[in-house]
Design a protein around this ligand. Structure first.
Ligand SMILES: NC(=O)c1ccc[n+]([C@@H]2O[C@H](COP(=O)([O-])OP(=O)(O)OC[C@H]3O[C@@H](n4cnc5c(N)ncnc54)[C@H](OP(=O)(O)O)[C@@H]3O)[C@@H](O)[C@H]2O)c1
Length: 353
């Protein structure tokens, strides 16, 4: 496979990674899984800051999602695969920073679901091993790994879903290397974007607000866009974040409260909204690890400290997105059809690529 080319911003054809390094005095930041919801948010915010060159890594440089990113200022699409370490060597060569993200999503198989723990672990090993090489040569200065939020009470942690423990194992792996001092671990909670899925009835509609967690349990959530904001702040403030791990969330509400919020946003006279929990048995059948996750959220729960985050966000000029704003924006995009088909790329439980 040929990993040695990239698409330049102007689309004027492939260039080598060495050229990319020499072309700019700006710090280069490589973003893995750049076409993912999280990666794209990070790329957008780093691009907006105007102070970096961004290597947006994807396995498919000519995909629609990659091409959208290619239009952003200072963004260069580069081919790379977390399962192909030699491709990462090219992607990470000469970079100042890396935003590293991995995926458990291997493709759905009946009886297994789509998420495979070992699939994510292998990516993490490659990511960390290659990043470490560049840390040891002195070129890499800041490694940000995006994991997932830990609970407030560790004694309630087990059993945790495999697509959480895979990320926490990768964290451990980082801390056992020389990358530790150069690292920041960001731990986001569930995305707002998960409230839309491909399953019939599992998306926000005029009359229901769907979720996988019991209606009375508090569930911390975040706008994907905010992960990009936090990442940008992390790279800009190494003095605060190097060597740190931080749980990040934007909201904490029960399913019932979220449904009531949606009702309020739709306005007076609109049909009443109920919180519709996807039956756990159905979840377990389709995506067992999400069933485990729902149990985990109900028992242990995400442990982000929203008060502390708000203080830090104010200090760093981060405006976190309230769920009400996110829903209001989505509501504005509502079509005239009865179903609220207002979201761009729905997935099963919001996790499949
Ligand atoms: N959903 C949530 O609420 C939530 C919350 C916290 C954390 N997370 C975690 O965040 C991560 C990203 O989730 P997401 O929903 O943002 O992702 P996503 O939108 O599902 O995108 C997955 C991306 O992974 C890339 N990819 C797949 N296999 C790859 C490989 N071998 N090498 C390189 N790239 C590969 C694909 O890009 P190309 O095809 O372009 O290469 C695709 O864009 C996952 O680990 C997820 O568990 C999710």
């Amino acid at each position: 496979m040929d990993f040695s080319y990239q698409l330049s911003l102007s689309g004027s054809g492939p260039t080598s990674s060495e050229n990319l390094e020499n072309r700019s005095a700006k710090h280069i930041i490589a973003v893995t899984m750049a076409t993912s919801r999280q990666g794209a948010s990070v790329v957008r915010h780093l691009s907006k800051s105007g102070i970096y060159e961004i290597r947006a890594i994807t396995r498919s440089p000519f995909s629609k999602r990659a091409q959208i990113l290619a239009k952003l200022e200072n963004v260069h699409i580069i081919k790379g695969d977390l399962l192909a370490p030699e491709s990462l060597e090219k992607c990470f060569s000469g970079v100042y920073g890396i935003f590293g993200n991995t995926t458990p999503t291997k493709g759905w198989i009946l009886g297994r679901g789509s998420m495979v723990r070992d699939y994510e672990i292998e990516q993490g090993r490659n990511l960390v091993d290659i990043a470490k090489k560049f840390a040891d040569t002195g070129t890499l200065k800041h490694f940000v790994f995006s994991s997932v939020c830990k609970p407030r009470d560790p004694l309630l942690n087990e059993p945790a879903p495999g697509h959480f423990t895979s990320k926490w194992c990768i964290e451990e792996y980082i801390l056992n290397t020389s990358l530790k001092a150069l690292s920041t671990i960001l731990r986001p909670v569930s995305y707002f974007e998960n409230f839309v899925s491909d399953l019939p009835g599992v998306q926000i509609s005029e009359t229901s607000f769907p979720g996988v967690v019991n209606k009375s349990k508090v569930w911390q959530t975040i706008a994907v866009d905010d992960i990009g904001q936090w990442t940008d702040a992390v790279f800009k403030n190494p003095q605060i974040f190097l060597g740190e791990a931080i749980n990040i969330a934007g909201e904490e509400m029960t399913g019932e409260e979220m449904a009531a919020l949606w009702q309020k946003i739709k306005g007076k006279g609109s049909p009443s909204v109920r919180y519709a929990m996807v039956p756990r048995r159905l979840i377990n059948l389709i995506e067992h690890d999400i069933g485990l996750m729902a149990n985990w959220i109900e028992r242990a729960g995400y442990g982000a400290d929203l008060k502390q985050l708000k203080t830090l966000a104010d200090e760093l000029h981060i405006t976190m997105t309230p769920l009400s704003d996110w829903l209001t924006e989505k509501a504005a995009l509502r079509t005239s059809s009865k179903q609220v088909s207002m979201f761009n790329s729905p997935r099963i439980f919001g996790i499949a690529p």
